[in-house]
Design a protein. Sequence first.
Length: 134
Amino acid sequence: MIKIEHIGIAVKNLDEANKIYKKLLGTGSYKTEAVESENVMTSFFKVGENKIELLEATSDQSAIHKFIEKRGEGIHHIAFDVSDIYLEMERLKNEGFILLNEIPKIGADNKLVCFVHPKNTTGVLIELCQSKNQ
């Protein structure tokens, strides 16, 4: 794993959350994007070398909707940048971690992504990210 790529925050209302984070960080969102496969709308903020991703559910079937119903708004996941997502997935499987998808999915911000089950990571959902351009 190379670095923390972003921190994902589940929100009920993306427009309202964008206003809060713009005031908090002193800069606006640089990108919004729908991720149809996950039923979410995302908004990204740059904070130094790192990013904050706000996630709003676009369907009751979204994992974000279910997360907010159960836990409320807040940190949903921590994403790590990896150089080879396939090798990293294999390494983690060999270490006994449970992956939530067998092959990488297409995620937001031009990334291939895979999630690691929080049961194996002290309750924190981990996302692996690799730029599709690599």
